[in-house]
Design a protein around this ligand. Structure first.
Ligand SMILES: NC(=O)c1ccc[n+]([C@@H]2O[C@H](COP(=O)([O-])OP(=O)(O)OC[C@H]3O[C@@H](n4cnc5c(N)ncnc54)[C@H](O)[C@@H]3O)[C@@H](O)[C@H]2O)c1
Length: 352
């Protein structure tokens, strides 16, 4: 049974200079520049080196951050006695080897989503970090958005009542990945949010999907069954003419809509619901629809990655385990594996 921790503490004060964490970043492609920019801006971080195999990526680092040293050899970072923590921002199939070496060399690791290519690798990294007393943080970025932090708070306050469902749509045109299908690319976001919000281990998964262009599924639908009649659904698609980032969460007392693309009022809470009473047995059901007010809670506006990396530095300094630790990464990888298995068997129910 997984153990869960509540929201990260955003009120932790900056630590003194001696607690500075020395970082190296491996991978400066599409997402790496965001990690580098954020680490470089954090007071308690000394970002020493960035590594990328590609010469053009290294040139981009030098242009944007002339004070940071660059290298083509990951071992310059992994074996460095100066570096305390490594961020692995490379394609998923490289995560395991790089993170393992970093941990073996006594470094904390921040690893991109999805954590690893399979659950055996994730399990091995979790055990290695525990043995070495090091922290793993998996970049489940969305947990640190104002929207997810607010939804977590609403659930903690039982504002929605008993949870009925979680239904998320994450579709757009491309970006086609060469090494993974649309599930491994986009669904880690939804599965990690779901894991964080529902906080109960799922029972089983059904997934369907189809590949049309490059041999990897580009359209997929995942259904996740949780105990107590909680059900979740995720729609991920690289072939959508429009970009949609929309999540519905239904509870017994209230329901909410999170539109991640809205300029403001991203989360709207509806006082809507249904209650059923039966007068004379099940054949005489009386259905009452409740349609009350809608309100949009105020959300924190800070960039999620800034908050997340600051929290990682806190966890390292205090020796605390982050909510998005290696075990959280492992739980998501297990759901991804189960989804892949179900797709291969054309929608078979796969127990977790
Ligand atoms: N958290 C998020 O919201 C988010 C968003 C996008 C991507 N990602 C994740 O970030 C990771 C990287 O994705 P991307 O889109 O930036 O990929 P990318 O292909 O654009 O960039 C990867 C970079 O890593 C470099 N690289 C590969 N292997 C290397 C190695 N062994 N040593 C040094 N450099 C190496 C490549 O040269 C490339 O520049 C993936 O795991 C992806 O899922 C996360």
């Amino acid at each position: 049974m997984a153990t869960y921790v509540t929201q990260p503490d955003s009120s932790v004060s900056p630590r003194k200079g001696s607690d500075i964490v020395k970082f190296g970043v491996i991978g400066y492609g599409y997402w790496g520049p965001n990690v580098v920019r954020n680490l470089d801006q954090l007071d308690r971080v000394d970002l020493m080196h960035v590594c990328d195999l590609s010469a053009s990526a290294r040139e981009r680092v030098q242009k944007a951050h002339p004070h940071i040293s660059v290298t083509a050899d990951p071992n310059d970072l992994l074996a460095s006695s100066e570096i305390d923590a490594i961020a692995v921002v490379t394609p998923v199939w490289t995560h395991f080897e790089l993170a393992k070496k970093a941990l073996e060399n006594g470094k904390h690791v921040f690893v991109e989503k999805p954590f690893t290519s399979n659950s055996a690798q994730a399990q091995e990294l979790v055990e290695l970090a525990a043995k070495k007393n090091l922290q793993i943080m998996v970049d489940h970025t969305f947990l640190f958005t104002g929207a997810v932090r607010k939804i977590r708070q609403l659930l903690d306050e039982n504002a929605l009542g008993k949870l009925y469902y979680y239904d998320s749509t994450r579709v757009n045109l491309g970006l086609f990945q060469h090494d993974v299908n649309v599930i491994w690319d986009l669904a880690p976001h939804d599965l990690s949010i779901m894991d964080h919000l529902i906080q109960t281990p799922p029972e089983a998964i059904v997934a369907t999907g189809q590949s049309h262009l490059n041999g990897h599924e580009d359209v997929a639908f995942i259904t996740v069954y949780f105990p107590d009649q909680v059900i979740a659904h995720v729609n991920v698609n690289w072939l959508s003419p429009v970009k949609v980032r929309m999540t519905l969460i239904g509870g017994e007392k209230k329901m909410l809509v999170w539109n991640d693309q809205a300029a403001d009022e991203q989360v709207k809470v509806y006082d809507k619901g249904v209650s059923v009473t039966s007068r004379e047995g099940v054949y005489n059901l009386l259905v009452n629809y409740r349609s009350g007010d809608m309100w949009a809670p105020r959300l924190e506006r800070a960039e999620a990655l800034t908050h997340e990396l600051g929290y990682f530095v806190d966890c390292i300094a205090k020796g605390e385990t982050p909510v998005n630790d290696g075990k959280a990464g492992l739980r998501v990888v297990k759901m991804l594996e189960a989804s892949t298995k179900s797709i291969r068997e054309r929608g078979a129910l796969v127990y977790l």
